[in-house]
Write a protein that binds this ligand. Structure first.
Ligand code: HEM
Length: 380
């Protein structure tokens, strides 16, 4: 008899952690994992005790810090520089463009035959949005996506260890590409986000090349795979609960609560990292100063202490105090954009098709950071 190993359902693992060891180390050298909503919320809220400067690599090696991995006052300065571009009023102006792209991608999807949802819709849509913000031309988009994948898949090593040669090569190529773009923008100013950043003057003068590059890298890391994860999560929900698809088809006004519930149910940014700045008691556990902490966002979002029937997908759940987009000073800068992309992709899918079926359903793949690398689906 042959046995196939089943990947562990991460949500069962999270439940065990929340009940038996809500603040715990998996091994003596490893980080603390925090799994209850109350504790994850506290870690994200208290940026003075739980620092985002998590990397132990020297700054010369890991480059200019991005806002995601910095504390005030550096964090406020960096966030302020780009926040205007992410204001809802600015983002709404991109809605028609995003919708046109989603229509084009979805119109090309075949009916009744397997298609990879990641490469056909879930990855190209967010890449296109960020690429346009950074002024990347259509022809460069595929390479741009490859760099993004290589850098994102290596994020742990980039912060804590030695990045893979592929990730280093991707980072180098991307930096070279953007340095050329920045030089071209200095000669001929552009209206997109990167163009405006190049023009921006702060008290310390214009932003340096290295500062500009770190913004480009951050948007790739923070905004691409996560939004891909939201679109694949929605498809999984449609497969598991086909009635959600017809509900949205008939009542598109359910889209906002559907997206929030999808973010809670299969949180694409499943975990983040912090480092303690002092000895602190979390739950009943004393954590020494300088230790690394992993707040398990995906676990917090299934905590039965906060959510009624947390393992049930409720399309109209309200209130829905999930932490899928973070909390506190690092709350997702792209939240409005992510929700808009999720809503548009879902709406256009429900307008075009009657159902989505996964060819190889496997709940475990939704537990990682971002989402699955491929997802074979059949539309009808
Ligand atoms: C469904 C998609 C998304 C999810 C689930 C998500 C989730 C998150 C989370 C949880 C954080 C906080 C991390 C922490 O506190 O350590 C965060 C921060 C951030 N996100 Fe998103 N994100 C998404 C899409 C986007 C998009 C589309 C963009 C921009 C194009 C973006 C840009 C950012 C930035 C710049 C930060 C850092 C904010 C700061 O440090 O102040 N995100 N995101």
């Amino acid at each position: 008899m042959t046995e196939t190993a089943q990947p562990m359902d991460p949500y069962k693992g999270y439940q065990y952690l929340r009940d038996a060891m809500p603040v715990a180390k998996m091994d003596a050298e490893g980080p603390w994992q925090v799994s209850r909503h109350q504790d994850v919320h506290r870690v994200l809220r208290d940026h003075q005790t739980f620092s985002s400067e998590v990397s132990i690599r020297p700054i010369e090696e890991r480059g200019q810090p991005t806002m995601l991995f910095s504390d005030p006052p550096v964090h406020q300065r960096l966030r302020k520089l780009v926040s205007v571009a992410f204001k809802p009023s600015h983002i709404e102006r991109q809605a028609t463009r995003i919708e046109t792209r989603a229509q084009e991608l979805i119109a090309a999807l075949p009916k009744g035959t397997p298609v990879d949802l990641v490469t056909s819709l879930a990855a190209p849509l967010p890449v296109m949005v960020i690429a346009e913000m950074l002024g990347v031309e259509d022809g460069d988009m595929t390479t741009f996506k490859l760099w993004s994948d290589a850098i994102f898949s290596n994020i742990g090593e980039i912060l804590f260890g030695t990045p893979s040669p592929e990730a280093q090569q991707a980072a180098l190529e991307m930096d070279t590409y953007f340095l050329e773009q920045i030089a071209a923008i200095r000669r001929s100013p552009q209206a997109h986000l990167l163009g405006r950043l190049v023009e921006t003057k702060t008290e310390e003068g214009h932003l340096s090349d290295e500062e500009l590059l770190s913004f480009c890298r951050l948007l790739l890391i923070a905004g691409n795979e996560t939004t891909t994860g939201l679109i694949t999560a929605s498809a999984r929900i449609f497969h598991e609960l086909p009635e959600t698809f017809s509900s949205i088809k008939n009542q598109p006004e359910l889209l906002p609560t559907f997206i929030e519930e999808a973010l809670r149910f299969y949180s694409p940014f499943s975990a983040t990292a912090r480092r303690t700045t002092r000895d602190v008691t979390l739950g009943e556990t004393l954590i020494p100063k300088g230790d690394l902490i992993i707040p398990l966002i995906a676990s917090a979002n299934r905590d039965e202490r906060v959510f009624e029937a947390p393992d049930v997908f409720q399309i109209d759940r309200d209130p829905n105090p999930h932490l899928a987009l973070g909390f506190g000073i690092h709350f997702c800068l792209g939240a409005h954009l992510a929700r808009l992309e999720g809503k548009i992709a879902t709406q256009v899918l429900t307008e075009h098709f009657d159902s989505v079926t996964l060819v190889e359903p496997d709940t475990a793949v939704m537990g990682g950071l971002g989402g699955p690398k491929t997802m074979s689906v059949i539309f009808n």
